[in-house]
Design a protein. Structure first.
Length: 427
């Protein structure tokens, strides 16, 4: 009897480890979850002219209705713990001349709970032939979750009203509302070389905030940027951003899963643009080193350069700075130079490299693997990750072999792993 129990236990353990090794890489889903609500050709959409203006301050609960089309004029603040609710299917158009920007201040909420068949759309107010990245500001959410700057509070460098521009605190469970089945198009106005709005800026946002099924397209700076905070995010789509797709700083504690960054070879910022840019601080002198450093757990991620034959301005897909924890697993990365770049001083020893985990990955058509800004560290980095048995597979195959339907020309791409590719599905 004891022998049978031992055999059964060994069988269960073997099955567990086999399944762990066979996890599907890249974004997953029994169906293509990007169907219906995403739009990879927003310049072709004819949105209704605005029937209502939103401007100034919203200091009491307000609901936006699908039957109206709204124009966001200037910087609009939701204050006084008010809730801005938005019906599924509502269209809000950011004004170009006044750089329409929506700011959910500390304590207020946004409930933008769209539907797969009826998403909420934030877009440009320009005619479809004139739309371009940076037509309007974007969405900013300021919360009360921890950040690691000195004093635990901070402001964003976006020329916002000083009394309303603050974020951070002690409440990791803070709730700033819901963004679900939402599209943000043509946002990310560059105010100056040092003041660049993002598609979605999340500053000190807490983990009770719901953030999933969000597509940001044609942002003129980052698509998603987190300044501190504590969040679980999933089913995010970043498409043709000018700068970074996912940017994390100021001690952000983030779990991001089942999400995709789609780069275009000639959409890039002069400062260097990556799918993931991860650091713990801008300046160490402004940082409370006793607080948490940035920690990002990213699983089932797809990072893809659409142009296979010309990488253009696309460089590394991941850039990580010192004192940062970054874990990337069960993911597919295709078409970058190199796959990952580490800040020069990270590669000085195992203590630094052990903060960065790369597991169960397909790194396809990348000119280089995990490398350092300091080339003298590259051999130590290679030896470290080879000894970890990380399951990184370097391949040179066509995107059509890796992904189900990797072309956006038809308007309904499917970037899930190709079931005919045994590497991608983990068999």
């Amino acid at each position: 009897m004891k022998t049978k129990l031992q055999i059964a236990a060994l069988t269960l353990l073997s099955t567990f480890f086999l399944q762990a090794q066979q996890q599907t890489k890249g974004i997953i889903g029994t169906t293509n979850w990007m169907n219906n609500w995403t739009n990879f050709k927003p310049a072709a959409n004819e949105y209704n002219e605005a029937t209502n203006i939103i401007a100034g301050t919203i200091d009491k609960d307000l609901k936006l209705l699908k039957r109206n089309t709204y124009q966001l004029v200037g910087v609009v603040y939701v204050t006084n713990n008010a809730t801005l609710s938005i019906e599924p299917g509502t269209v809000i158009r950011g004004d170009d001349k006044t750089c329409g920007t929506l700011v959910i201040t500390n304590g207020a909420k946004i409930i933008a709970d769209g539907l797969e068949t009826d998403p909420i759309v934030f877009t440009s107010n320009k005619e479809k032939t004139e739309r371009k990245p940076g037509d309007w500001g974007g969405i900013i959410i300021l919360g009360k979750a921890p950040i690691n700057t000195l004093g635990g509070l901070h402001t964003l460098p976006f020329d916002l009203e000083p009394l309303l521009n603050h974020y951070g605190g002690q409440d990791a469970e803070d709730n700033s509302g819901v963004l679900k089945y939402v599209r943000i198009e043509y946002a990310g106005r560059k105010l100056s070389s040092l003041k660049e709005l993002n598609g979605l800026s999340l500053a000190g946002v807490g983990r009770k905030t719901v953030l999933n099924n969000i597509q940001i397209s044609f942002s003129n700076d980052d698509s998603f940027e987190c300044y501190g905070g504590d969040l679980n995010m999933s089913n995010l789509v970043s498409y043709r951003t000018t700068d970074d797709d996912f940017d994390f700083t100021q001690g952000a504690q983030i779990n991001i899963s089942n999400s995709i960054a789609i780069r275009h070879p000639f959409s890039s910022d002069i400062s260097g643009s990556r799918c993931f840019e991860v650091d713990s601080f801008d300046k160490i002198g402004n940082t409370d080193m006793s607080k948490k450093m940035t920690k990002i757990n990213a699983s089932n991620i797809t990072l893809i350069n659409l142009e296979e034959n010309n990488q253009g301005l696309v460089r590394e897909s991941v850039y990580v700075r010192e004192d940062t924890f970054f874990n990337l697993s069960n993911s597919i990365i295709s078409g970058f130079t190199p796959f990952a770049l580490l800040e020069g001083n990270i590669g000085n020893g195992d203590a630094n490299l052990s903060k960065l985990t790369f597991k169960n990955l397909i790194v396809n058509n990348c000119n280089g693997g995990i490398t350092s800004e300091s080339s003298s560290s590259n051999s130590a980095i290679e030896n470290f990750y080879n000894s970890q048995n990380s399951g990184i597979q370097y391949t040179q195959i066509k995107n059509i072999e890796l992904f189900t339907t990797p072309s956006i020309k038809g308007g309904s791409p499917d970037f899930r792993a190709n079931v005919n590719n045994t590497l991608a599905i983990g068999n």
